[in-house]
Every structure is written in C-alpha cells, then in structure tokens.
Design a protein. Structure first.
Lengths: 444, 317
C-alpha cells in the first residue's frame, strides 16, 4: 500500500466528504437475504476495547466512530476504539496476543489471525449469518477468515485494498493502445511504446512493503510461478518462475530508471509529477489527484483511469489484496458483546455508509455490497469493486501462516525479481536463491 | 536551705529505628541507588537478557519459543544475506567513522579559531545532530530520489553536465556510499563539538613554547594538538563507533535494505526478520551477533587511542 503525505490525506479526505455528501444519507439498496442472526446474549455491564489501523481518510475514523456510537446507543455497550499507525499495528497485536491483555477486538492485518489462531474465539456463527444475509463471502475472504484446512472462522475480513493499474489515458493512446492491455504481451508492448514516446511506466521491485510485493507477486503468479504449493512445499524454482523473471527483465528495461530503489510513496510522487504513464496503486492516488487544491494536478484526473493488471498464461487475475481482518481474543470478558459489535458493524446500515465514506478503499468482502453506491459514483473507480473477487493472498498457493508472513516480510519474491531485473543475477540463480531463502522458513 | 539546683539529665538522643536505619550508611547507599538500579534493570538489563534468551529460542511473534541452542546462529552462518549485512555494517562503520573524524576534526579546528559570530556558528553546526534522525533521513531520501533529487537537478538541469539523473540508490555501491555520506553528515557535529571542547582545554602556553622552538604549524598540530586531544578522541571515537555500528533509522527510511539487500545493516536485518517477519528468535540472534563486533570495535578504538604513550612518550605505556 502506498504511503501518503499529509496534503494527500487532506485532499483525499475532502474528496471523501464531498462524495459522502453528494450521495446523501440514502444508502443504496444493498440486497439482503433472510437470515436469522445468532442469539448473542450480551453480557451485563459489557464494555469493549477495539484496536484498528489509523484512518486513511478522515471520514474513515469519523464514520467508524459514528457506527460505534450507534452500537452503544442500541445495546448500551461502551466501546473504546484506539487507532494505531499502520506499522505499529502488528507489534501491538503481537503484544495483545502474547500477554493476554489489552483490546478485546483487533482489526489487524491479513496474516495476524492466522498467527494467533489458538488465542482467538471462533466467529463462525456471525460469519455464517452475514454470509447468508449478504450474498456470501468471496472465496478470498473465506481464505482470510477461516482457519486453514477447517471450516471455522477465526476472523472477520472487513475489507481489502487492491492494486490495479493506474494509467494516463492520453499517453497510453499515444503509445498505440485504446485500452489498457489485458494480456502480458500487450502489456510489454505498451511499456516499450511508452518508453519510446518519453512517458515510461514505473512499477517497483524495491523494498516497498505494499507496491513492491504487489508488482512482483503479480508478475510471478501471472506467469504460473508460485512460492509454495498447497502442501507448503517450496516450489518457486520452476520453469514458470524463470519465464516470469525473464519477462520481468524485459519489462524493467522499459521503466523509468531507479524503480528498484523505490519505496511505497515513490510511484505516487512520480505519477503526480507526470514522470510516469502507468503504475499500480490503491484508489487513493486517483482521489488525491482529483481533489488536489493545485488546479494543474486536479486537471490530471480527467486523463487518469484504472484497469486490472494484465492476466498471464495462468488465466486468472493475480493481483494482491491486503485485508483488514477482525479478531476477538479469548481474553475478552465479553465475547458475545464483541461478536455482536462486529456483526453490527458489518450490517448494511453501518457498513455501506463506511464503505462509501472511505471511497471503497477497503473493498467489501461480502458480495451484496457490489451494489453499493460508491461503485456507481465514478466509473473510473469501478475496477476496485472486484478487489476481493480477482485477487490472491500473499503466500499463494499455500496457507497463510508464520512461514508465509516471514517470506513476504523478508522480500524473498521481490528480491528475486529485482536481482534479475537489475542484472545482478540470472533467472536461474535468482530462482535458486529464492528457493533457498524460502526453505529457511518453510522447514519440513 | 534546700538546694533546688537540679542535676541536669544528660542529653541522650533517643532516635527511633527509622532514623537509625537511615543513618546506617549501607542502607542509605542502597536506598539512593535503588531507583537508578531499578530503572537500569527494567529498561536495560531485562531487555538485554531477554534478547539473549530469545536468540537461543525459536520464538515467533505470538508464540513463546523453545530453547534450541545455537540453531539460530548456525542457520545464520549459512545465510549469505546475514554475512552481507555483516560486511555492510563493518564497511559502513569504518568508512563513516573515518569520514566523520577527518571532517569533524577539521571543523573543530576551524571553530577553534577566532571567528565572527562564533557562538552562532557553533549552534548552527549542531543542527544535523539535534534534528531527529528520521527527519534527516527523509531529507536524504528526497536528495537521493531517482526522479526528484536536487543534486540531479543541479547537474542535469542547471549546470547541464549530465543528461540523466544520478542513480544514487539503484546500484549496490552507489547506495552504500550514499548512505555513508548521509551518516557522515549527521555525525560530524557530534565529533566536531566534542573535539572542540578538547581543543579548548589545551593550554596556549604549549603552543607558545612550540613557537619559540621554531615549530611550524604542521609540527604544532602533530606534536601538540594531536597528543593532547587523544584522550577526548578515544572517548568520542568509541561512542561514534557504537552509534554508527548500531545505526538503523537512516537505512530503514532511505532504502529498507534494498536494492536486493545490498544495504542491509545488521540492525535493519534484525528488525526486518524479527518484527515484520515475526521470527523473533532469529531477529534476536542477529542483534546478539552484533555484540562481539561492537565490543571488539570499542576495545580497539578505546585502547588503541587511549595509550598513554601517545601523550607522554613511548616508555610510559
């Protein structure tokens, strides 16, 4: 995910507010099926503490707090919500898990519930109720929420942030393409042409937690490579991976120089400055441009559009979705209140308001919310609607666990792509090195 | 007559037990030391001890580890990335320390001269040191940006000496030396101000005597300034080596160890694997592996420079 400057955040917030206002208070008619909510006898005198990532747009916090207040008004349960900076959330979750004290509910990152599964209470009753009522969970949401190899929900995915392509319409046209290509060869041709016309693309293979992992995993997965198979056998050193690395080298040669040292904010800066014609990002970049107080930057929004990243020989979309995953710790004195709170926050009256107010940055995990007004508010953001439909998880094809988290945090996939792209290693050497590194964590 | 003169009772101090206790020196010493010792134990000794223990376990975030002996160290010894980080850390420490000392000493000598606005200049010199590291790291991140570097702008768009931007962070050696330059910039004031304090303790009469003997400027520097500065130099060098060896923020903010781990220091690798990666045991092992290097570097710099013969002649070792 991309980092933002204060100004970006403010402009994004202004955009969110404008959008929320324009949509008014009437919510779209989110389809709901008949479903009986689980009987949760809220404990007498219950109070809850919730820890979640800090706001990405000002409206996020405002609407989340409003929804929480609503829960308090209807149940009498006092809820205190604490906001942690993104990089602090994982250590704080770890402390909560290790000490058995602190927040009752943590809205953590994708991997976290799977690292602490034995310390969490099961949420199957509310997950199944919500799934039945709101058109079912996307398969990726089930992967994030269920304990691996079981049908038991240990977490409730709240939303996923995706990374499709963001591109300049006029430069893509000038490079000979009416639409952003949907296949790999077309994508390479586009990047080559963009370089020729002096408006190169920019995708990073640097140690950028969000953008580097998004691009490198998309590339390798699209060509049929993967780090581990379903049985957690390290399988990255494959013919498909080597093809992906060769292809990645061809792509890299067309990019603006220096992308191997980019961190998360770098592609945002380059796109806003007009230095690149295409990159991968969350919806926030588009909104920060569209709502910029600088008329020159704001004018750029008309020339921007989004598209799914091209699909490779593997035949399906291979973008990454980072999710917020809510979990309830066993140390809570009020498990029913905690479950009732989470279910309440996912109900359409609350969730759709939040989804719309956050501009769909965290796309829905429940299919019914595809009907949300936010996806009709601007055709250019509609592509984010399918984030949880068309993405994969970091650790694909294996389970999400300690090993997958460690391999991602150690940039094994990113370094493999970067070493070939920059000419530091041959594809064969890089794949063998990635295999060695992954095996350090995926011990038999 | 009855004598009314009463015999005065001797003044016997009847101190209670609490007063006697506080008058007892060993107890008083213990009480006075307790807060400091307590703070040191809680915030220094305990974390250090826990770090040591974790290095010998397979602890993961969210799961207490089992004792596994030297397994983490054996695994690290077979990991080329760990050795790359060791090499980077040694290079970073050595080059940055030498740079900081040469430039710091030069700056200290300049500041020791009679200058207009001397106090103001000395205050300004301290700015890089007092600015939070992460802020200076962000500044350097912009300075080294592949697209927006002001240095590239100067050479390319103003002076027209280049046609492309300078790739400060894209290749291993350029990235390493860019980080070293940032560290030198940040560390110079500390060295300069400490050495300036040392310079001001040197008696002017020594220089006067040397001048009477016909010593040149270089000879006065070599035979008066340097020996008299050695004790301060030894202490400052020791601190500088420790700060540089354990640097984290500059590298983490500018490159995160990239590209392809070529700028990872031991501290950044320990963090990457220990916290975001969740491998607490391995992260702790990397941190513990820093200790022998730190002790060795400290001993060399301290004893190497603090020898008395530097100051008092070869025979007074």
């Amino acid at each position: 995910m991309s980092s933002f400057t204060r100004r970006d955040t403010l402009t994004l917030g202004a955009g969110a507010l404008a959008l929320a206002t324009s949509l008014g208070t009437a919510r779209a008619s989110i389809p709901r099926a008949e479903a009986t909510p689980p009987k949760l006898d809220i404990e007498k005198g219950a109070s809850l503490r919730v820890l979640r990532p800090s706001r990405f747009v000002p409206t996020d916090e405002k609407l989340f707090n409003e929804n929480t207040e609503k829960f308090n008004a209807s149940t009498g349960v006092k809820v205190r919500v604490d906001y942690a900076a993104w990089e602090d959330l994982r250590p704080q979750t770890a402390v909560t898990a290790n000490t058995g004290a602190g927040p009752d509910i943590v809205l953590g990152w994708t991997d976290d519930p799977h690292l602490y599964s034995d310390k969490l209470i099961e949420l199957s009753d509310i997950a199944e109720y919500l799934g039945k009522k709101y058109g079912g969970w996307y398969p990726l949401a089930e992967r994030y929420g269920k304990k691996y190899g079981t049908n038991n929900w240990i977490a409730l995915p709240i939303g996923g942030a995706g990374g499709p392509a963001v591109y300049r319409i006029s430069w893509v046209k000038e490079a000979g393409f009416d639409k952003f290509p949907t296949d790999m060869d077309g994508f390479l041709k586009l990047c080559q042409n963009l370089k020729k016309i002096g408006h190169p693309a920019g995708f990073t293979c640097g140690h950028a937690v969000g953008d580097g992992n998004n691009y490198c995993h998309w590339l390798v997965w699209a060509m049929g490579g993967f780090m581990v198979d379903e049985n957690q056998k390290v399988a990255v050193n494959s013919k498909q991976t080597i093809e992906a690395l060769k292809f990645g080298k061809e792509l890299f040669d067309t990019y603006i120089p220096g992308t191997q040292s980019w961190l998360d904010p770098s592609n945002n800066k380059a796109l806003i400055a007009g230095d690149i014609a295409a990159t991968q990002n969350g919806v926030s970049l588009y909104y920060s441009i569209k709502n910029s107080t600088d008329p020159k930057i704001a004018a750029m929004a008309a020339d921007l559009d989004h598209a799914r990243m091209p699909v490779g020989p593997v035949g399906f979309g291979t973008e990454v979705a980072l999710a917020i995953n809510a979990m309830v710790f066993k140390h809570t004195k009020y498990p029913n209140a905690a479950k009732a709170y989470l279910a309440f926050m996912m109900e359409a009256d609350q969730y759709d308001k939040w989804l719309t107010g956050t501009l769909g940055y965290w796309a829905q995990p429940l299919k019914a919310y595809e009907a949300s007004d936010v996806w009709k508010s601007d055709p250019k953001v509609a592509v984010y609607k399918d984030t949880m439909q068309n993405s994969l998880w970091l650790g694909y094809k294996g389970p999400i666990n300690e090993a997958s988290a460690a391999v991602v945090a150690d940039y094994v996939m990113v370094d493999m792509v970067a070493s070939v792209s920059t000419g530091a290693a041959t594809p064969e050497e890089a794949a063998a090195e990635a295999e060695r590194r992954a095996k350090r964590y995926y011990k038999a | 007559m009855v004598s009314l003169a009463a015999t005065p009772e001797p003044m016997v101090r009847r101190d209670n037990w609490l007063t006697r206790l506080f008058d007892w020196k060993p107890f008083l010493v213990a009480v006075c030391l307790a807060p400091t010792v307590g703070l040191l134990i809680v915030f220094l000794a305990y974390p250090l001890g826990l770090g040591f223990w974790l290095a010998f376990t397979d602890a993961k975030i969210g799961r207490a580890g089992q004792y596994i002996g030297l397994d983490n160290f054996v695994s690290l010894s077979r990991d080329p990335i760990f050795w790359l980080s060791v090499g980077n850390t040694l290079l970073y420490t050595a080059v940055a320390t030498i740079g900081k000392f040469l430039l710091g000493l030069w700056l200290a000598l300049l500041l020791n001269e009679r200058l207009p606005f001397k106090s103001l200049i000395r205050a300004v010199v301290l700015v890089p040191w007092i600015v939070p590291t992460v802020l200076s790291a962000m500044a350097f991140w912009w300075i080294y940006d592949p697209q927006f570097s002001i240095i590239s702008y100067l050479f390319k768009d103003v002076l027209h000496w280049r046609t492309t931007n300078i790739d400060f962070l894209g290749t291993p050696w350029a990235a390493r030396f860019s980080l070293i330059a940032a560290n030198i910039w940040r560390g110079i004031p500390f060295v300069a101000i400490c050495l300036l304090a040392g310079l001001q303790t040197i008696s002017p009469s020594l220089y006067e005597a040397a001048m009477l003997d016909g010593a040149t400027g270089w000879q006065r520097f070599r035979h008066v300034t340097v020996p008299m500065l050695m004790p301060v130099l030894a202490v400052v060098l020791t601190f500088s080596v420790i700060f540089t060896f354990s640097d984290f923020q500059l590298v983490y903010a500018i490159t995160r160890g990239g590209p392809v781990n070529t700028t990872h220091l031991m501290a950044t690798l320990a963090f990457q694997r220990g916290i975001p990666g969740g491998q607490l045991g391995e992260g702790a092992a990397i941190a513990v592996a820093m200790i022998p290097f730190l002790v060795a570097a400290t001993l060399v710099s301290y004893f190497g420079l603090a020898r008395r013969k530097w100051q008092q002649g070869e025979s007074n070792d």
